[in-house]
Design a protein around this ligand. Structure first.
Ligand code: ADP
Ligand code: ZN
Ligand code: ZN
Length: 730
């Protein structure tokens, strides 16, 4: 018997091995240890067959079968194979991405265990009165009497802090024994909270979705921030749990907050696992196995949690579906949203995509009736929609980015003892340091970009490669001029706020201020306790958090997002504005949203503010159609870089020649061009964009091109990657 094994190396093929002696069946989905060159590697069994393309004399036997039963189902193997074909990424690496690190390394697929103590056979024959001369032992022994079956260390500590010496003696007397059990999950409410009384729109959404349980469907749940989407999810989840099935809830990294987790834990009395990038390898392994073995019924996770095996799959929910963090941006560049739909189809279960600001792709699919579209257009409970104001800041005297009318609004809000949230998507003090006399600018030597001033640390830092140097104020070029900060960062605005409002508490939330572990949680805690008056931050603030006392939200610099060479930028800006605005007035108090701009007549802003996100999205779709951009066409971006600018261009020229000799079905070949920021961390980046109005023709071309690319000698001198359905063109 020949076993086809996928191994995590950048080669687009499977490897054949012989079954170990005496073994005549290995199931697909098991891991095996195989010889590979001079090393041993962990591989994944994909299939078995009678014969091989390779001469069987040259095949080596598998060293060890690591699993007694498959870790993932046949359907999930199909999912990963589909993903490998669609993203043109080696199957071994795709498998590797779907498994927790510990399993990739060949560790046992076993939940971590803990010691439990229970009465031994000898102990069962004992009358506890016989222990009366050692009262402590008697007291502890009695804790184990029926109906108790066994107790863990934790459970014992809860009953009696000082249990250890007595248990030790009882073990020595053979009256107790130790047993290893899977670690209990730290769930959950013993008396779960009741569901809220759903409003009319929520009821309709819940009914529509529950009518489709047990079969594949995609629902786009478009609900403004605060409209009660999470409540809809939870009521549908309850029905799925009642059927004995499991639920996968995918969230953007940043919204996987303790707040949301607590909400789920208070509502459901089932095991809830979570999986995201801040957890340790063993924690992620536990979550994976808990779902696989059905110790848990709900998984809250980010992008890569999509691949978690489900023993009884019932429903997949993707919240904030428009969020670009669902697209992996390096290595295996998959879209968790798109693969969630493929998985839902394979498993024949419903998929819910929820958001206040649907992606243009999803709206397009809803319009084509591929998805069912449901609306929640009112804020749930008592909250009122916020009011939008455009502040024209041309000819205004700004104080570090704050216009006088904005400062007046901040004062008014603070006087009412309400909170203010200011949004600026740039960290550091200022993005540029420039010489006042000769206009020299501090630039990174490794990247095509300027260095950012970090005033608190007295440093200049490159936000792209991490290069840093000391801050000085004398120009190294003309030697006489004074260096000045140019532009705005959160650090600079923070200083200005301290000066303007010396008695108010200001908190800055960005990647720098939250580096210390637990810092973000501390800040959020302070905000929620009302100890903070002004919250200033980057996109870290945009979503997920619920700040009930914020009534004024201001976006300090909208314009920086209006002029980008990437066609995705306007969509992202519109989503960001609406998401940030969603932080205003989430509870009883009405909110106000102020946008500072020098482009008050810009159509994006006027349409968005006057007619709402949906009108914006409709006009953006018309523009995309006229330009035949996605979702009206499909794209793939071939990115190449090297430490010199020649090799990448040579490879892309060669690729263009190859494409010229192929039947391309009118595929547009745009490039080769240098990437928008060509030099990054000492590397020169170039790219080639392929686009076809029909996805299948683009795929056909890639099917032929990519295997050839692996073989090209020009490809060996560079690093290259293919991005199917890129979400940005950098
Ligand atoms: P979203 O996920 O759409 O932002 P949430 O589900 O978080 O909205 O709901 C926003 C707020 O409204 C929450 O505090 C929630 O408890 C409350 N809420 C949701 N549905 C209802 C309802 N039917 N009745 C009363 N309050 C509700
Ligand atoms: Zn100078
Ligand atoms: Zn740099």
């Amino acid at each position: 018997m020949i076993i086809q094994v996928a191994i995590a190396i950048p080669v687009n093929s499977l490897f054949d091995y012989l079954a170990p002696d005496g073994i005549d069946a290995i199931s697909p989905g098991c891991r095996v240890l195989v010889p590979f060159g001079k090393h041993k590697k962990v591989g994944f069994v994909i299939s078995t067959s009678e014969n091989s393309d390779v001469n069987t004399d040259r095949l080596k036997p598998i060293i060890e079968i690591l699993d007694t039963s498959p870790l993932i189902s046949e359907k999930d193997i199909q999912l990963l194979s589909w993903a490998s074909r669609y993203y043109h990424y080696p199957l071994g690496e795709v498998f590797s991405a779907a498994f927790p690190v510990s399993l990739r390394k060949g560790k046992k697929a076993q939940l971590s265990q803990e010691k439990h103590y229970k009465i031994s056979a000898k102990g069962e024959c004992l009358n506890p009165e016989q222990l009366k001369r050692t009262p402590k032992q008697k007291q502890i022994f009695e804790l184990f009497l029926p109906p108790v079956t066994s107790l863990s260390s934790n459970q014992l500590s809860q009953q009696d802090k000082n249990w250890r010496p007595a248990v030790k003696s009882l073990l020595e007397k053979d009256l107790l024994t130790i047993e290893l059990q899977a670690k209990a999950l730290s769930h959950s409410a013993s008396i779960p909270e009741k569901a809220l009384q759903a409003n009319e729109q929520q009821t309709q959404a819940i009914n529509q979705i529950s009518a489709q349980l047990g079969q594949f469907s995609v629902t786009l749940l478009e609900g403004i921030t605060g409209s009660g989407k999470t409540e809809v999810y939870m009521q549908v989840i309850q029905q799925v749990l009642d059927l004995g099935q499991q639920v996968l809830v995918l969230l953007p990294e940043i919204t996987l907050t303790p707040q949301l987790e607590d909400r789920f834990k208070r509502r459901f009395s089932v095991g809830i696992s979570r999986s995201h990038s801040k957890l340790t390898d063993p924690q992620r392994l536990s979550a994976w196995l808990e779902m696989q073995q059905r110790h848990s019924s709900i998984l809250l996770g980010t992008r890569s949690a999509l691949f978690t095996p489900l023993k009884k799959p019932g429903l997949i929910i993707l919240d904030e579906e428009h969020d670009s963090s669902f697209k992996q941006q390096e290595g295996f560049r998959f879209s968790a949203r798109d693969l969630a739909i493929v998985r839902g189809k394979l498993l024949n279960i419903p998929v819910i995509l929820g958001t206040a600001t649907p992606s243009l792709e999803s709206l397009y699919n809803a319009q084509n009736k591929r998805y069912q579209l449901l609306h929640l257009s009112e804020r749930a409970g008592v909250a009122i929609n916020p009011q939008f104001l455009l502040f024209d800041i041309r000819n205004q005297q700004l104080q570090d980015g704050l216009s006088p009318p904005l400062i007046a609004q901040i004062k008014k809000t603070l006087a009412k003892k309400e909170q203010v949230l200011l949004f600026l998507n740039r960290r550091g003090f200022a993005p540029v340091q420039i010489c006042h006399s000769c206009a020299w600018v501090a630039r990174c030597h490794h990247c095509d970009t300027s260095l950012v001033i970090h005033f608190d640390e007295r440093r200049l830092r490159c936000h792209h490669c991490g290069y840093q140097q000391h801050l000085s104020n004398q120009c190294p070029s003309c030697k006489t001029g004074e260096l000045k900060p140019l532009g705005l960062g959160t650090e600079r605005v923070e200083k200005s706020l301290h000066a303007l409002f010396p008695t108010q508490k200001v908190v800055r939330l960005d990647r720098d201020s939250t580096q210390r572990k637990g810092a973000l949680e501390d800040h959020l805690e302070q905000i929620n306790q009302g100890k903070v008056d002004i919250i200033l931050g980057t996109q870290m603030l945009a979503k997920g958090h619920h700040f009930p006392n914020v009534t004024l939200v201001a976006i300090l610099d909208v314009d920086s997002g209006l002029f980008s060479i990437d066609f995705h930028a306007t969509e992202k800006l519109a989503q960001l504005i609406i998401q940030v605005a969603g932080r205003a007035g989430r509870a009883e108090k009405p909110g106000k949203v102020i946008l500072q701009t020098r482009q008050p007549g810009h159509p994006l802003l006027t349409v968005l503010l006057k007619d709402g996100y949906n009108s914006f999205a409709q006009s953006a779709l018309v523009e995309r159609q006229q330009a035949m951009l996605p979702p009206y066409s499909s794209q793939a971006l071939l990115r190449v870089y090297a430490t010199n600018p020649i090799d990448p261009q040579n490879l892309l020229k060669r690729v263009c020649e190859i494409i010229q000799n192929m039947e391309t079905h009118h595929t547009l070949v745009l490039g080769p061009v240098s990437a928008p920021m060509a030099k990054r961390a000492g590397n020169y980046h170039f790219q080639l964009l392929l686009q076809n109005n029909q996805r299948k023709y683009l795929q056909l071309l890639l099917d032929q091109l990519i295997p050839e690319l692996y073989r090209l000698k020009e490809a060996k001198k560079v690093r290259w990657s293919l991005d199917v359905d890129p979400v940005d063109l950098y």
